[in-house]
Write a protein that binds this ligand. Structure first.
Ligand code: UGA
Length: 426
């Protein structure tokens, strides 16, 4: 249930694992587009895998919840849990899904919640199903959080680091174990509350690693130390691990910002103050400001100047711009009086950035033409392959602000650029 990012990738990959899948959504346009083999978002290889399973009749998309619920023993809830104004996860769509399952089921059902939702949501789902049942059919509710990264979702699903099954009963736990049979990874059985917390704790811990490095990068700028070398030296200790130590302009996307806020909110409701996590959010909320201030302190005012911004999505290999630090940087450069020329390999300007001072360019070279500075906000690999020597000859001034520390500082300076990373300028 739900043909968003999680629902669609889950549906397609379960088809790939040999199951018959019906994916339902209330959005008829989305269903129609998916039925024609067109996902409404970009995810590498998803389109090809979708078409393969549509052609083999392993998967179909529908708005008809009743038929899908009647035809399926296992039902995955994959609907959105957007943040409310105070940071809570909004369970409106989860509730709607549960009520519809209760009303339409015509025999035993295993209901699996994949939507990221606060501790206690499985119990709520159970209550909503009971509330809407017209016949007392048996059912179980299990928590099975997803750990898919946008841009790597198919790989992550087929090669998970772990599968978490949160259930209080042996029968549904065994059904779930069968479903994932063939995937070479540890399967952890736990109760639903623990499974739900594992999801929030995992995302929040990854966000903590990033904010730790981002704050340390600010110190590195002052001490004239290179954060990339610091990360390298730390990461080789397997207790620390080398992943998620890359300092930059901050984390974005539909998961980390929302999940950190939701965990803080949840803890607050139980009067527990997660002080570390509060700072993680604070560092991230100000990290794009740190980059902006760096630009202003190096260049002076940007009023009347032309700046090229590379990257709109919150990370490479996706066209998702939700909470992308790039959006804040672009908007504030324009507010400071700069002309901003934006490049992204696949993403187009969201409506909030369609302003006279902001223009999208087809190539990074075109965006840098006559520019005073290039600002990198997303580490698309193609930005490494640019002929930077040639780009420099076309620029008015040669400033590069690398908000992802992705370029080679020595090389860039050898071309004559005034190059500035985040904790990576010395
Ligand atoms: C994240 C988690 O990594 C997934 O395991 C999880 O399933 C998913 O959220 C979710 O809850 O659905 P995702 O949001 O797709 O996945 O993206 P990540 O690859 O985790 O990156 C998040 C942000 O952190 C990006 O803006 C990225 O640029 C930034 N980042 C990442 C850094 O700034 N530094 C790093 O070292 C790593």
């Amino acid at each position: 249930m739900g043909a968003g990012f999680v629902g669609t990738t889950t549906a397609v990959t379960f088809a790939e694992l040999g199951h018959k899948v019906i994916c339902i959504d209330t959005d008829a346009k989305k269903v129609e587009s998916l039925s024609r083999g067109k996902p409404p978002f970009y995810e590498p290889s998803l389109k090809e895998m979708l078409i393969k399973h549509l052609e083999a009749s392993n998967i179909r998309f529908s708005t008809d919840a009743k038929s899908a619920i009647e035809a399926s023993t296992i039902i995955f809830i994959c609907v959105g849990t957007p943040a409310t104004e105070n940071g809570d996860a909004d369970l409106t769509y989860v509730r709607q899904a549960a009520l519809s399952i209760g009303a339409q089921m015509n025999g035993y059902r295993l209901v699996v919640n994949k939507s990221t939702a606060p501790v206690g949501t499985c119990t709520r789902i159970q209550n909503w199903i009971w509330e809407s049942q017209t016949n007392p059919w048996e059912f179980d509710v299990v928590s099975n959080p997803e750990f898919l990264r946008e841009g790597n979702a198919l790989f992550d699903f087929l090669h998970p680091r772990r599968v978490i099954i949160g259930s209080t009963n042996a029968k549904p736990a065994a059904l779930m174990q069968n479903l994932y049979e063939g995937l070479a990874c540890p399967i952890i059985h736990t109760n639903p509350n623990t499974a739900e917390l594992i999801k929030y704790a995992s995302n929040s811990f990854l966000a903590t690693k990033i904010s730790f490095m981002n704050e340390l990068a600010r110190l590195c700028d002052t001490l004239k130390v290179n954060i990339r070398d610091v990360a390298n030296g730390m990461g080789l200790d397997s207790r620390i691990g080398s992943d998620f130590l890359e300092a930059g302009v901050g984390y974005g996307g539909s998961c980390f910002p929302k999940d950190v806020s939701a965990l803080l909110q949840m803890a607050g409701e139980y009067e527990v103050n997660l002080t570390i996590l509060r700072q993680v959010k604070q560092v991230n909320d100000t990290q794009w400001v740190y980059l902006l201030n760096k630009i202003l302190s190096v260049m002076g005012s940007v009023k009347g100047k032309s700046l090229a911004v590379y990257g709109l999505s919150f990370k490479p290999n996706t066209n998702d711009t939700r909470e992308s630090p790039s959006r804040f940087v672009i908007l504030h450069l324009a507010k400071q009086g700069a002309t901003v020329r934006v490049h992204d390999p696949i993403t187009t300007l969201p409506s909030s950035l369609q302003l006279p001072a902001i223009r999208q360019c087809q190539t990074p070279e075109a965006a840098a033409d006559e520019a005073d500075a290039v600002v990198i906000c997303t580490d698309w690999p193609e930005y490494r392959d640019i002929d930077w020597g040639a780009v420099k000859t076309k620029m008015r001034q040669a400033y590069v602000f690398d908000g992802r520390n992705m370029l080679d500082m020595e090389l860039m300076r050898s071309f004559g650029f005034s190059y500035h990373g985040i904790g990576y300028s010395n």
